[in-house]
Ligand binder design. Sequence first.
Ligand code: PHE
Length: 337
Amino acid sequence: MPSHDIDAVRQQLLKRVEASETPRDVLRAPEFKDLYSAIGTLSPEEKGPYGKAVNELKQAVEAAVEARTMQLESGDVIALDVTAPWDVNSSRPAFLPTNEGSQHPLTKEMDTVVNIFTRMGFDAVESRQIDDDFHMFGSLNFPENHPARDGYDTFRTEEGFIPPAHTSTMQNRILQEGKAKLEAGGQIAAISYGRVFRNEDVDATHEHTFHQVEGVFVSKDATLGDMLGTLRSFFEVYYGQSLRIKTQPAYFPFVEPGLEFQIEKPAALNGKPGEWLEMLGCGMIHPNVLTAAGIDPTVYRGFAWGGGIERLVMLKYGIEDLRHFESAKLNFMRKFA
Ligand code: PHE
């Protein structure tokens, strides 16, 4: 092999070492084998200088591998900036391909839920992620220092603000804003949806951060029957089949009567007859809640409900562990892409 070929191989191998994250691999490059096997084809005079040139090449590559290894180990490489929307590590910055990403399953399902209710005629507002004592408790008929407040495991900032533990934190705003509609002879029909927070020990069925959807309806003649019909319709559309429902009494300071709403787990989702699942809390809006929003409870009446989104989604897809949603695990996310 002529010496200019050896030079060409040398250039190539040194370049490869420079670019490699595992530079030692270059020492096993097939080019070395080719160089050694060429020795057998040379005349005795050629063998000496050729051998010397190959040896020098080998030493140069070894030195480069050593240098590159040290460079990698000392961290003297551009750190991956995961917050940049483009590839900062490439010499020619390009935006990352959007087809690599997908919507989070909760975002998708939340869209579906909001869509069903808006098609039924409900306005939709996103729930706040920071609020105050009045909206989270006071306006919802929780007496000061009442033990019912403890049931919500609320976080609180040093300044006394509250990352809301339920979407009911929006009820007072929805009622105040809808008052004019009522007075004009209309009705209030709105949902609030979004992230809520509770100081919970995390396990397969408890998270400190989860999502809820809440409904508020007020008119002159709203009934509990209207509420049950609305909820049943929602669940039947969401699960795409007819469902059996039932209720049992429950206590929430902001409704009277208060109920727990259950559906029978459908056979299509591995349910057995008589297997009831609690889906949400609901009831007729307490007169004190209407009064707190300036609505006369002797003229108007309403119903409200609220429940977790994760629970809905887990049942729909047979997801067993609530923690998957906040885990950022790609193999979980990609099942919904
Ligand atoms: N806010 C209640 C909860 O999170 C649910 C609820 C909403 C109950 C509206 C009744 C009416 O537990």
